[in-house]
Design a protein. Structure first.
Length: 94
């Protein structure tokens, strides 16, 4: 799996859904990398982040493949705090 290609594909899907993806490939307290998803029309900070570890078994929840799949799923379905109103996603903070 080519990481750069996969992130590029994810960025295209995000863009088509009015979102932005940023990929940080450096070690933090949360892991070795993170996929951040932004919707600047809703809030300035990221909406969700998927942290993972390099060199971990592929089926682990912390693997790159698992984080990538979670990011795609979030982009397509969002979460229950978001609702599409008049063609725009809005955040319900309740």
């Amino acid at each position: 799996m080519n990481i750069r290609e996969e992130i590029s594909k994810l960025k295209e899907v995000a863009k088509k859904n009015g979102l932005e993806v940023r990929f940080h490939d450096y070690k933090t307290n949360a892991g070795d990398f993170c996929i951040f998803i932004y919707d600047k029309s809703v809030r300035k900070s990221y909406m969700v982040g998927f942290d993972g570890l390099w060199g971990i078994v592929e089926f682990s929840k912390l693997s790159f493949k698992s984080c990538l799949n979670c990011a795609y799923k979030w982009i397509k379905k969002r979460d229950k705090r978001f609702e599409k109103v008049n063609g725009k996603w809005i955040y319900r903070n309740n």
